[in-house]
Design a protein around this ligand. Structure first.
Ligand code: GLN
Length: 250
């Protein structure tokens, strides 16, 4: 009997993550709030940005509230997978590896992996840095696609080292301090970091082009309705309207 009660309590704990959202109508969104303009602290220190406002618009359509939980990017997929958070919207690139772990909504934005270098750098690509110096030191945000791709292309090939930071701002500080030769990070955050810090520029050559989507657990009970509502907001222009408020036309 004791065993059955213990099992029942354990099952309640496991299910509680999903059960909670149905009861109190609040969806927990995990993200790293240091990735402008997708997520950052705005007025009154409230998390805002493209991902957060799109998520809020979808939630509002479905009658849910959103609670933003600020964690490291590397923890977002494990956190969603385990059911600790309802979903993640984190400028997250859709990749085949991640599809093994989570399910993605329709894509709502395009990302480009860009290369940030000191303003006086004479190089136009990472390969040129390798050629000139025999190797390169690359700064990235841990567990991002920038981390993955540069690890494959440079570290695994014996052409350099990849230094992994917990967020983009820390990687950019390492570049300013001369600890790395370049930073590989998504284009819009890259533009923000370059605007906020003197002496940096973005190379013209894109490193990779990718699609962003929100991630849910494979057994998420709200995935279908959330994705359907997102698809409607993409179709009616609401999503583009939100993107345009954060990325003014150049
Ligand atoms: N788009 C990149 C990725 O998915 C970076 C996302 C982020 O740092 N928030 O890996």
């Amino acid at each position: 009997m004791k065993k059955i009660i213990a099992l029942a309590i354990a099952a309640m704990f496991i299910l509680s993550g999903f059960a909670a959202l149905a009861e109190n109508g609040t969806l927990t969104l995990c993200t790293n709030v240091a990735f402008p303009p997708y997520e950052f602290y705005g007025e009154g220190d409230e998390p805002t940005g493209i991902d957060i406002e799109i998520a809020k618009a979808v939630a509002a359509k479905l009658g849910y509230e959103i609670e933003v939980v600020d964690i490291e990017f590397a923890q977002c997929i494990p956190g969603v997978q385990s059911g600790k958070y309802d979903f993640s919207a984190a400028g997250m690139t859709v990749t085949d590896e991640r599809k093994e772990m989570v399910q993605f909504t329709d894509t709502y934005a395009t990302g480009i992996q860009s290369i940030i270098v000191p303003e006086d750098s004479e190089f136009t690509s990472i390969d040129e840095m390798v050629e000139a110096n025999g190797s390169v030191k690359i700064g990235v945000q841990m567990a991002t696609t920038g981390d993955l791709y540069t690890t494959w292309d440079y570290e695994d090939e014996g052409k350099g080292t990849v230094d992994r930071y917990t967020n983009g701002a820390a990687a950019v500080q390492a570049l300013i301090a001369g600890k790395v030769d370049c930073v590989v990070i998504d284009n819009e955050p890259a533009k923000n970091f370059v605007a906020q810090n003197e002496g940096l520029k973005i190379l013209d050559t894109a490193y990779a082009v990718e699609d962003y989507a929100m991630a849910f657990a494979k057994d998420s009970p709200i995935f279908e309705e959330f994705n359907a509502a997102l698809a409607e907001l993409i179709a009616d222009g609401t999503v583009q309207g939100i993107i345009d408020t954060f990325i003014p036309a150049e």
